[in-house]
Design a protein around this ligand. Structure first.
Ligand code: SF4
Length: 370
């Protein structure tokens, strides 16, 4: 028989016993089946944990690992990160996407040097005030580094709780999210034992990432299955409730590859904004002819050479179709400013550049059309 844990309606004694069953079940499961050898595990250095948690916010574990290792090698502590230039940070971030994360890491390191004597704040309530850190990330850092008793609720954990408690409603909506936070806090281990909080937090993350997955969850080997409402009611596939869909809008733009001998022009984009702080190919509005645009806005005369295949790139809120024109510069390039560089393609590929620009430059080198 399936026992449904409706914790909030239980008498206090019974509630505590159900909570400890939930916690103990997950802790035992994590010790036996959880992940133990990720590069950011086995440390209680809040800096190293912070970098990992921020990288993992929108990126898969396997993608994060090499980026994390390179980042910690280059910037092993808060002081090194704060002393680095934003450009150096973004260069190491290049290809990981969501670049505001890299900019915020740098900004937060500078704030910690200024306001915390270069030390990482020691409580989730302070950590959450740093730029780029939400409530769940702050709680994860505090639980792993200091064993603080605080609840996490990242995307994976929302999915686990929505299914386990049979909660309908899109978890991004305020009302549903508030209910999920209430459940997450209600289930926290009662004893504030440092190791217990770290293992419990890791267990929730591991269960969401490896068992209670978005597609084809492995319910038959899940330690929570005996009490899981979604499983009992055959609602696993419909929980959590999907985001109400709005069609993505489409936009178009044109990138210009200005070739001057064996070099091309890259411009640093202003921040904030899309790809803020990254180096990008010059971009022109689609309704202006490239010769007119280059002459009027850049003081450069050009001859068109060829058009590359269009590229589609999807952002969270819109799709972007990118047309790219290869152009030959026929007069001397205008005087350089701090936000532009002329570089060979090999050197350009070493800068912090957005993924579509990287794809375009790689296509150019592989097609021998440069
Ligand atoms: S039984 Fe299935 S749906 Fe329920 S928590 Fe486990 S994996 Fe998720």
């Amino acid at each position: 028989m399936v026992v449904i844990l409706n914790i909030s309606n239980q008498e206090p004694d019974h509630r505590i016993s159900l909570m400890s069953t939930f916690v103990n079940t997950l802790i035992q499961w994590q010790k036996q089946y959880g992940r133990h050898s990720l590069p950011w595990q086995g440390t209680n250095d809040p800096y190293a944990i912070w970098v990992a948690e921020v990288m993992l916010q929108q990126t898969q574990v396997m993608t994060v690992i090499p980026y994390y290792q390179r980042f910690l090698e280059a910037f092993p502590d808060i002081e090194c990160l704060a002393k680095a230039s934003v450009d150096a940070v973004l260069t190491l971030w290049s290809g990981l996407g969501y670049y505001s994360r890299g900019r915020n890491l740098h900004k937060a390191a500078c704030l910690m040097m200024e306001h915390y004597h270069g030390r990482f704040p020691q409580h989730a309530a302070e950590i959450v005030r740093l730029p780029g850190i939400g409530r769940s990330t702050a709680a994860a850092i505090a639980a792993f580094a200091y064993g603080e008793r605080c609840a996490i609720l990242d995307g994976n954990v929302k999915r686990v709780f929505a299914r386990y408690f049979g909660i309908t409603g899109y978890p991004g909506e305020k009302k549903t999210e508030a209910l999920l936070w209430q459940k997450a806090e209600g289930l926290l281990p009662q004893v504030n034992a440092k190791q217990q909080m770290a293992t419990y937090t890791q267990a929730l993350m591991d269960l969401g990432a490896t068992v209670c997955t978005r597609h084809q969850p492995k319910c038959l080997s899940c330690p929570l299955q005996p009490d899981c409402i979604a499983f009992a009611e055959n609602r696993v596939a419909s929980l959590p409730t999907s985001k109400p869909r709005k069609p993505l809008t489409s936009k178009e733009t044109t990138f210009l590859i200005l070739r001057n001998q064996n070099e091309i022009l890259l411009e640093q984009r202003s921040s904030p904004g899309i790809w803020g702080g990254l180096w990008c190919l010059p971009e022109k509005p689609i309704d202006i002819n490239s010769q007119t645009y280059c002459r009027q806005f850049m003081g450069i005369d050009i001859l068109p050479i060829s058009n590359l295949s269009p590229l589609n790139h999807t952002f969270t809120h819109f799709k972007l179709r990118i047309d790219t024109q290869l152009l030959q510069v026929i007069n001397r390039p205008r005087k350089k400013t701090a936000s532009e560089v002329w570089l060979t393609i090999d050197k350009a590929l070493q800068l912090a550049i957005p993924v579509p620009v990287r794809k375009i430059l790689l296509e150019l080198t592989s097609s021998n059309s440069f």
